[in-house]
Design a protein around this ligand. Structure first.
Ligand code: F6P
Length: 546
């Protein structure tokens, strides 16, 4: 099967029209999600599934079996099955950069294919290095054991490893700490290094291109810090390794070629955590755990590749997202992991989803006529309940929520963990059921308020409800389940891109700002006052110069 060439846009297909009619009829029928549960006592069974250690409960959506069938029909029309096969077959699905997107090869046990050989050789190189560092035979220039790893990278060369390292805190190897520096704001690097001893610090310069401004400047400053700390030039090799697809540039920076770990142009930055970009995770959590992360990722790959569309978790997630953005005017999706260790997961998903799907041109260059990917945001529960959940419950926006719950905690404190889960389930229930005016009035009267007082306050107590959510549940947050969870969202993004007919693997939109930034840096550091731009930009630049 080759990548589907859908000439007609999805919005002009009969399947779209059918979905539109069913959605309108659903709205007119004034049915709500709670009502759907009343009609079907086994609704949970009918709208949930499990794969790769993850339970997906999507019963709390305003979704009927008819609408689900219409959504699946839409996926078929978009050529979903062929598109999935094309990705796994290594076709040139990144058509604007003329290359495949083969991150699935990074976690495949296959050692026979050309990519498989490269991937497994790189894993062996990582394994040998991890053994040396963690075993103490790789040490700083004066023989001191490495105690701190600083990963310098940005975007996909930072967010994935940082998210996984935090998520796998219970698996950290003793006496080794990983730090992640991404921002070109010098305080990020300086405040990180303030606490460290150069003699026992190892930097990983992680950059696919090895040209990214932020990473290059941070790497240069880190090199200077090491030298200023008394490490001789000859000792630098003990303190710097690189991960890059651009070996030449990494070597030109001064990293010994033996200490450069490869990646390849067929791995997109935001899909690169599974490559040597994950070296900090392999060091900080151990190579065995890195391999378990890859196994969980592969298990979800297999599910995505083989499951029929109606039982395919990433496809269902993509269809729900498309439906909400285009038929319900939902502009954003909130992701709420009820697990403190997953606190960086929403930030990771922001790059994954928004850098992949925030586009207005389709694969063939024609304009996007439907709503592209949406805004992804969120934070760890229960903290969000005491800040932005107010808007989820009573604001005028419809914001579908993804809850992520972990059955067994890494902590032995059962009372606190059960409270955490109770809050998670209560939130999805409150979003769905809400509280109407009669209930609010009755509660206020019961509290002893007069009828007038109750009538005044009751509208403020009303929670409209009927707000949709999906709950994902993992038995435990382990390297395996985290790998599967992360890939679930990766494939949701790809499936969503297929529905939208766009290329999920380029990011041309970020280039303009980079080019303009160079010119503005020139203006800030020039001899004379800047007059080249609009009066706002000129004034801002000149204020800095003064
Ligand atoms: O500017 C966007 C971007 O290219 C991301 O897609 C990428 O993850 C990030 O920059 C970092 O790129 P690199 O790994 O080449 O430094």
């Amino acid at each position: 099967m080759s990548f589907p060439n859908i000439s007609s846009k999805l919005a002009s297909t009969p399947e779209w029209e059918q979905l539109q009619q069913l959605t309108l009829a659903l709205e007119d029928s004034s049915r709500n999600i709670s009502g759907l549960f009343e009609q079907d006592s086994r609704r949970f069974d009918h709208f949930s599934l499990e794969a790769a250690g993850i339970l997906m409960d999507y019963s709390k959506h305003l979704l009927t079996t008819e609408i689900r069938a219409a959504l699946i029909a839409l996926a078929s029309t978009a050529g979903m099955e062929a598109a999935i096969a094309a990705m796994f077959a290594g076709e040139t699905i990144n058509n604007t950069e003329n290359r495949p997107a083969l991150h699935v090869a990074l976690r495949s046990p296959d050692t026979g294919s050309a990519e498989g050989k490269l991937v497994h050789a790189a894993l062996a190189q990582m394994e040998a290095f991890v053994e040396r560092v963690n075993g103490g035979s790789w040490h700083g220039h004066n023989g001191q054991q490495i105690t701190d790893i600083v990963n310098i990278g940005i975007g996909g060369s930072d967010l994935g490893p940082a998210m996984v390292y935090e998520a796998l805190a219970p698996f950290h190897v003793p006496n080794l700490h990983c730090h992640f520096v991404s921002n070109v704001d010098p305080v990020h690097l300086e405040q990180t290094l303030d606490k460290l001893d150069a003699a026992s610090t190892l930097f990983i310069i992680a950059s696919k291109t090895f040209t990214t401004l932020e990473t290059m400047l941070n790497a240069k400053a880190a090199r200077q810090w090491i030298l200023n700390s008394g490490v001789p030039e000859s000792g630098l090799a003990q303190h710097f390794v690189g991960v890059s697809a651009n070996i030449e540039k990494a070597a030109a920076f001064g990293i010994a070629t033996d200490n450069i770990f490869p990646m390849w142009d067929w791995v997109g930055g935001r899909y690169s955590l599974w490559s040597a970009i994950g070296l900090s995770v392999a060091l900080g959590c151990g190579m065995d755990n890195f391999r378990k992360l890859l196994s969980g990722a592969h298990a979800m790959d297999e599910h995505f590749r083989a499951a029929p569309l109606e039982q395919n978790m990433p496809v269902l997630m993509a269809l729900l997202a498309l439906w909400y953005h285009n038929f319900w005017q939902a502009e954003s999706v909130v992701v709420l992991p009820y697990a403190q260790n997953l606190h960086l997961f929403p930030a990771f998903l922001q790059q994954l989803d928004m850098e992949s799907l925030g586009k207005q041109a389709r694969r063939d260059g024609s304009p996007m006529t439907i709503v592209s990917g949406g805004i992804v945001w969120g934070s760890a529960g229960t903290n969000g309940q005491h800040s932005f959940h107010q808007l989820l419950h009573q604001g005028t926006h419809l914001i579908p929520a993804d809850f992520i719950a972990i059955k067994c905690s890494a902590s032995g404190n059962r009372e606190m963990h059960e409270n955490l889960l109770a809050n998670c389930f209560a939130q999805s229930q409150a979003l769905m059921d809400g509280k109407d005016l009669d209930q609010a009035t009755a509660e206020l009267l019961e509290q002893g308020l007069s009828e007038d007082e109750a009538a005044f306050l009751a509208p403020h107590w009303v929670v409209p409800g009927n707000r949709p959510s999906t709950t994902f549940m993992l038995d435990k947050l382990t390297p395996f389940t985290l790998g599967a969870l992360t890939v679930l969202y990766e494939h949701k993004v790809y499936a969503h891109s297929v529905l939208l007919g766009l290329n999920a693997f380029d990011q041309w939109g970020v280039e303009l700002g980079k080019v303009l930034g160079k010119g503005i840096y020139g203006a800030i550091t020039a001899e004379e006052n800047c007059t080249a731009y609009d009066s706002s930009t000129n004034a801002l630049i000149n204020r800095i110069r003064s």
